[in-house]
Each structure stands twice: as C-alpha cells, then as structure tokens.
Write a protein that binds this ligand. Structure first.
Ligand code: ZN
Length: 309
C-alpha cells in the first residue's frame, strides 16, 4: 500500500482525483507543536496551490445551494482554542493570507490550563494500576489495560457524575503537573491572544462554553453551552459568532436541532467531504495530517470516484 500510495502521489493522480470530485473539504486540525510550523507552512502552501481555501461562510453558502459546484474548495478549522493556534498556526496563516476558523470554549479561557478532556488524557496514564482497574470496571470495560476507555466512558456520563469522576482522578494523581511539552500542545489561548488575530482572516466559532459532550446534558446545561458561549464570545470579541463545532463530534438529532436554533453552521468529526445539499449543522470533516502524501491519500479516498463517505 505504501508504494502504491507513493506512486499515485508522485504522479499527481491523488490530487487530481480530489480536484475533479467537485466535493468540498473541511479540514480538522488540533494542536500543532512549534517544531511542526514549517511542515504546516509547506502543507498549507501546497493545498492553496491546488485548491481555493475559503472561509466557513463560503462552505455554508455552497452546501445551502441546491446545485453542484464547478470546483472543490477547502476550509481550515482548528479545534479547542489552543495557544499554539495563536503562536504557531496564526503566523503561518497570516503569512500565506489563508482564512481559517478557530473553535474556542469561552468558559475555559483564562480559567483552565486546557479542556477537561486534554487534562484527563494527560492524567489518566499516571493513575495506579488499581485505580485504573477500578474505573474501567465502573465503565464496564472488559479490556482492563485500555486507559483510553476511561476517557471515552467519561464522555458518555451525565455532567455531575463526570465532575465527580474528575475530582476522584485529581485526588488520585496528587503529584500531577503538565509537562512543558503538554503545555505547548494543550494550553489554551487568552482573550488577548484571540483579540490579536486579524478578524478579516480568522473566524472565531464556538466549541461550547466548557467543552461538554452535548448529548449527556439537560436542557438548561445545553442552553448555557450553546447560547451562553455565543453571547460571551460576541461580547468579549465584539464580532458576530455564527459557527459551531461539537466537542468530540458528539451530537444527536435533539442536539442538532438545538444548535440549529443558535448557529448558522456546525461541524462534526464524522469523516468525509461535503457537497451542495448537505445538512449545514452536521458537516463532515477530514482529520488533517501534516504528512502530505498521507493527506493526499485521505483527500482522494474521501472525495474521488471511490469515496466512501
Ligand atoms: Zn474539542
């Protein structure tokens, strides 16, 4: 497969498949460490040579139309409001003059080091074997070595219960401190960071107030995460906030309806490209790889004649 992919990439066939598909792509990024800045620059420069990079508003306009388009366009999205989006990603976007959307959680800005999910991603590996087994048993997981399963289970339980589990894990990892590498990857932007980006280039979207998994919330909690986050962002940034991103991609029909009452568009983590007629509040994305060959393969297989989704 590696050789086939390399040959197809080198021949330019992969990119041509994506170009000719006339399907649009919303690329999803998370943290970009500073040592990857050059790779990101090269990747975005390459992308912008082959495709038009457009703001999320243009994707919304295109999916809302009934007719197909003549060519494929790309939108760039960055989740979680990470500081490296300001320090590593933004300088690259500004240099190349490429628009993007940063999805941020206003309830966490200057209040938490990172989202609860990144915090526990870092903490859970430090739990003792006994604590981990206890939590996995509570989660009903049979494979008692699978630490990631604890985090996945935490995303499925009601908010109050999850906060109790968080307290429990914090108590059981008393010596925990984020390492320098973890801070570089997961630390959140400040309000000053957000106010310092060019609004003509960077669209700010909501990623909920506190990065909650929406399907487990009651209606009051849901309203706070959706309407509350939009209101705080608009008030602090002094600009409209119209686009939304589901934390961890988690959504159901009721959540989608609630989001549609507050936002113009919403992106998921369901892998795939988008086309005219797609529901604007359940937009698929493709997880970006900084490896050009791998990304080209992903694009071709998710947009080209053999695309599966
Ligand atoms: Zn997120």
């Amino acid at each position: 497969m590696g050789l086939l992919r390399w040959v197809l990439f080198q021949s330019g066939l992969l990119v041509r498949m994506a170009q000719q598909s006339k399907r649009d792509v919303i690329l999803m990024f998370h943290g970009v460490p500073k040592q990857s800045a050059e790779e990101l620059h090269d990747l975005l420069q390459w992308l912008s040579k082959h495709f038009a990079i457009v703001p999320m508003e243009a994707i919304f306009d295109r999916v809302s139309r009934k007719r197909g388009e003549k060519s494929s366009v790309f939108a760039l999205t960055f989740d979680d409001g990470l500081r490296n989006h300001r320090t590593v990603v933004y300088p690259v976007l500004a240099d190349l003059r490429l628009p993007a959307t940063f999805y941020v959680c206003p309830g966490l800005i200057e209040r938490a080091v990172t989202t609860w999910s990144w915090e526990f991603w870092c903490r859970i590996p430090l739990l003792s074997e006994t604590c981990r087994r206890e939590l996995l048993a509570r989660a009903g997981v049979r494979n008692l070595t699978d630490g990631v399963a604890i985090l996945e289970w935490m995303k499925t339980i009601p908010l109050n219960e999850r906060r109790q589990v968080e307290d429990d894990i914090r108590l059981k990892t008393p010596g925990f401190a984020f390492t320098t590498e973890q801070r570089e990857l997961y630390e959140l932007m400040s309000w000053e960071d957000l106010l310092g980006v060019d609004p003509g280039l960077i669209n700010i979207g909501s990623h909920t107030m506190t990065h909650c998994d929406l399907p487990v919330l009651n209606s009051e909690e849901l309203a706070n995460e959706l309407e509350g986050s939009r209101a705080v962002l608009e008030q602090r940034l002094g600009r409209p906030v119209s686009d939304f991103c589901y934390p961890d991609g988690k959504h159901n029909d009721a959540v989608v309806r609630a989001v549609a009452n507050v936002y113009r568009s919403a992106v998921t983590t369901v892998c795939g490209s988008v086309i005219a007629g797609d529901p604007p509040h359940a937009l698929k994305r493709i997880g970006a790889s900084l490896d050009l060959q791998r990304l080209s393969w992903l694009l071709a297989t998710h947009t080209g004649p053999f695309h599966r989704c």
